[in-house]
Design a protein around this ligand. Structure first.
Ligand SMILES: Nc1nc2c(ncn2[C@@H]2O[C@H](COP(=O)(O)OP(=O)(O)OP(=O)(O)O)[C@@H](O)[C@H]2O)c(=O)[nH]1
Ligand SMILES: [Mg+2]
Length: 416
C-alpha cells in the first residue's frame, strides 16, 4: 500500500473537492483548481462539491460525503484529494484518517507549483520559507507518514521526541531563511533608492496569472522572459530598459502573477519581490480580456495591490489578448485603460502614449536668480537643463531653464 502512494511514474490522479458556501462561484474556483492541479502535474479524475453554509469544523465536508469519496477513491485508484480551500492541520489529518488517501489543500498545491517554478536563489528561499511555515503546524500528521515509504498507514509518524527535534530544526531553518531574505531585501532596497536618486522611473507589469504579462514585457523590450500557457510561469521579477515615445528612458518590471485567495504565507514570503511593484511609479494592471472572468481577475489584482499599499498609485488597466477577446467595451468604462494584443502588437503604440501621459513629469521649467558666487551651480544647470534665457543682472544671474525636478529641488530658494 505504501508503495502505491510512492508511485511517481504515472501522473498522480486527483479528485478535487469544493464546498459551495455561496461566498464565491464554486464552479469557477474548481475549474481554476483543476488548472493548478494540471500545472502541478496531476491528472484530475473528477470534481465533487457539497453545498453547505459553513465547513465542518472537524472534516470540512460532511461525514457521509467523505465515506462516498473514500469508496470512489478505492474504485478509481485516486492518489490525491485536493481541497479547494485552506484546511486546518486537524481537518487534513481527520480526512486522511477517514479516506486513507493523501490530502492537500489549495495552498499546498500553489506552494508546490511555486516550488517547481522557482529559479533564482531568492525565489527558492522564498518558496522554502512559505513551505516550512505551512508545514510546521502539520508535522506528525498522516501526511508525513503516508508519503514516507514503509511508514505504514495508521501509524502516527515519527515518535514524539523525533517530532520535537524536527520542529526545532525547522524553526532554526525558518529563522535562517528569514535572515537571508532580509539581507537580499536590503540589497533590493538599496538598488531601488539608487534608481530613484538617478530619477529613473519604473513601470511594473502586474496582473492575474497567465494574463500575458511576460509576453507584453517581451514584445516591448525583447527581454526573452519565459512566457507559457501555464500558471505562475514567472516568479522572479525581471527588469528591462524601455525608451518611451517622448525619449524618456524607464525601467519595465515583470512580476509574479496573482490568483484569487493567494495563500497569505506566499504573499508574506514574496514581500520583497512584490515590493518591486509597490515602489514602481506606474502600474500596468494586465488582464486577459478573452477570459469570462476578466472583471474578477482585475478585481483580485486591485485588492491585492491595495493590500500591498499601492492604493492611489497611477495605474493603467491593460486589456490584453484583444485578438481573441469578444467586445470588452463594457469593461473599460470609467478606467484609464487600453486594449492591446501583446502577441500581435496591436494597440501597443496606444499603450506607450498612455504611459507617457500617466507618468508624472520628471522635468519642469523655472526661472531662477542665482547669486554670482554660485557659478558652478549655473554650470550644472546649463549642463543638465535646456536654458532659454540667461541674463547678467545687477543682483545675480537670471536663468529660465527646463531641468530635472530632482536637480531643481536644490534651488528652491532662488526661484523667482
Ligand atoms: N491570443 C493571445 N495570447 C496571448 C497574448 N498575450 C499572451 N498570450 C498567451 O497567454 C499565455 C500566458 O502568457 P504569459 O506572458 O506567460 O502570461 P503571464 O501573465 O506572464 O503569466 P504568469 O507568469 O504565469 O503569471 C501564453 O501562452 C501566451 O502566448 C495575446 O495578446 N493574445
Ligand atoms: Mg509571466
Amino acid at each position: 500500500m505504501a508503495q502505491f502512494f510512492e508511485n511517481t511514474q504515472k501522473p498522480e490522479s486527483a479528485l478535487l473537492v469544493g464546498v459551495d458556501s455561496g461566498d464565491f462561484d464554486c464552479e469557477v474556483s474548481l475549474d481554476e483548481l483543476a488548472e493548478l492541479a494540471k500545472t502541478a502535474g496531476a491528472e484530475v479524475i473528477a470534481k465533487v462539491t457539497q453545498k453547505r453554509e459553513k465547513p465542518d469544523a472537524a472534516t470540512y465536508i460532511g461525514r457521509g460525503r467523505l465515506d462516498e469519496i473514500k469508496d470512489f477513491c478505492k474504485e478509481n485508484e485516486v492518489d490525491l484529494l485536493i481541497f479547494d480551500c485552506e484546511l486546518t492541520p486537524s481537518q487534513q489529518r481527520n480526512i486522511e484518517d477517514i479516506t486513507d488517501v493523501r490530502v492537500i489543500d489549495r495552498t499546498e498545491l500553489i506552494l508546490d507549483i511555486f516550488a517547481l517554478r522557482a529559479r533564482s536563489g531568492e525565489g527558492k528561499l522564498q518558496v522554502e520559507l512559505a513551505q516550512l511555515k505551512y508545514s510546521l503546524p502539520r508535522l506528525g500528521g498522516k501526511g508525513t507518514s503516508l508519503s514516507r515509504l514503509g511508514g505504514g498507514i495508521g501509524t502516527r509518524g515519527p515518535g514524539e521526541t523525533k517530532l520535537e527535534t524536527d520542529r526545532r530544526h525547522i524553526r532554526r531553518r525558518i529563522k535562517n531563511l528569514e535572515d537571508n531574505l532580509e539581507a537580499l531585501s536590503r540589497r533590493r532596497k538599496l538598488a531601488r533608492t539608487r534608481r530613484e536618486k538617478d530619477g529613473a522611473q519604473t513601470i511594473a507589469i502586474v496582473g492575474y496569472t497567465n494574463a500575458g504579462k511576460s509576453t507584453l514585457m517581451n514584445t516591448l523590450t525583447k527581454a526573452g522572459v519565459l512566457a507559457e500557457d501555464k500558471l505562475f510561469a514567472t516568479l522572479d521579477p525581471t527588469a528591462r530598459a524601455l525608451t518611451l515615445p517622448d525619449g524618456r528612458k524607464v525601467m519595465l518590471i515583470d512580476t509574479v502573477g496573482f490568483i484569487r485567495r493567494l495563500p497569505h504565507g506566499l504573499v508574506e514570503a514574496f514581500k520583497s519581490t512584490l515590493e518591486e511593484a509597490v515602489s514602481a511609479t506606474l502600474i500596468l494592471n494586465v488582464c486577459d480580456a478573452s477570459s469570462p472572468d476578466c472583471a474578477e481577475h482585475l478585481d483580485v489584482t486591485n485588492r491585492l495591490l491595495d493590500e500591498l499599499g499601492c492604493a492611489g498609485k497611477p495605474t493603467i488597466a491593460v486589456f490584453n489578448k484583444c485578438d481573441i477577446a469578444p467586445d470588452t467595451g463594457w469593461l473599460t468604462a470609467g478606467l484609464r485603460s487600453v486594449k492591446i494584443s501583446a502577441l500581435s502588437g496591436e494597440g501597443l503604440d496606444n499603450l506607450l502614449n498612455e504611459i507617457v501621459k500617466a507618468l508624472p513629469p520628471t522635468r519642469k521649467k523655472v526661472s531662477l536668480l542665482l547669486p554670482y558666487n554660485m557659478g558652478s551651480d549655473a554650470a550644472l544647470l546649463r549642463n543638465d537643463g535646456a536654458v532659454e534665457v540667461e541674463e547678467y543682472r545687477p543682483d545675480g544671474l537670471f536663468m529660465t531653464v527646463t531641468a530635472d525636478i530632482n536637480l531643481l529641488e536644490r534651488y528652491q530658494d532662488y526661484i523667482v
